[in-house]
Design a protein around this ligand. Sequence first.
Ligand code: SF4
Length: 343
Amino acid sequence: MGESVNVVPLAGMSLTETEDLLAQKKIERRHGRRILYWIYKKGIRTFSEINDIPKEVLSVLSECFSTGLSEPVSNVASSDGTVRYLFTTEKGLLHESVFIPEGQRETVCISVQSGCRMGCRFCATGQNGWRGNLSAGEMVNQVVSLPHKVTHVVLMGMGESGDNIDEVIKALKVLTAEWGMAIGKSRVTVSTVGIAPAVKRLLEETECNITLSLYSPFPDERREAIPAETAWPYKDSLNLMKTSRADRYRRFTVAYVMIKGKNDTDKHLEELKRLLSGSGIRVNLLPYHRPGTDGDYSSDSETMMRFKHLLVTSGVGASVRKSRGLDIEAACGMLAAGRTKQT
Ligand code: SF4
């Protein structure tokens, strides 16, 4: 993000970490909260933009730290209002976020890694490999540095949260803390393929919503599409979610990408009902956005609506997610930073 090696970026830091860093530079700890306000709430790029902290403090700040924030390098807008942003890190790791306006709700979907090493078959990101982890600051930057007011954040862009869990948890704290961005915990959702130790940490250390990417309730079939099933059986994560008390502010969801003839049969429906009945876990049915290589097609909307109806009438909450940003390759499973269709 443009800073030299000796300069510490503050974006991603907690209040205590910031105060400790300031104290090391003989700056009074009380300035920490104000500095974070300017970074997380005002999105400043340089400390010279701060107007309520003494000049001599700002001069030390500029010498030793950077804000850690940087603008997107490009963006492309969809006809439906969705905007896909491309960011890069100091090390040149490309990553994308997607802004999705819908009435009063303004959601940003952010990346947690540049690429992904999970290799899910239905996802363009997974098919393009992994280039590196993003820091908490680089995650937060994808929210702070957008030219939009954001009401909801979903960590469902590039990368697997469980594969970068320390930084993801740090970012969640910044996004929700009153000294950070102060976004309501119920408005922040983390998606995962279900790396059980990471899910356990999300349950214990955060109060955000969790979405488990399922694909199929049958482990053998799931393994074909989500190779992580081999090391991390989804049932372990699902059981953790089932036994954790989800209060009314915290939502657990299963994301179910529907592929025609593969995972949209009555057998799948019955198993989903059996697994989720009485658990309070909802199902979000997603259309498949073909990466273009495997000859698979999305289930049609009639099949998806029938699935939803039969889940709901059996007592399992369910919804069908609308595709957004299809024309700019910003819909679910389509992010692959580095393509040419960017302005
Ligand atoms: S679906 Fe998520 S975990 Fe799977 S390859 Fe894509 S980005 Fe990675």
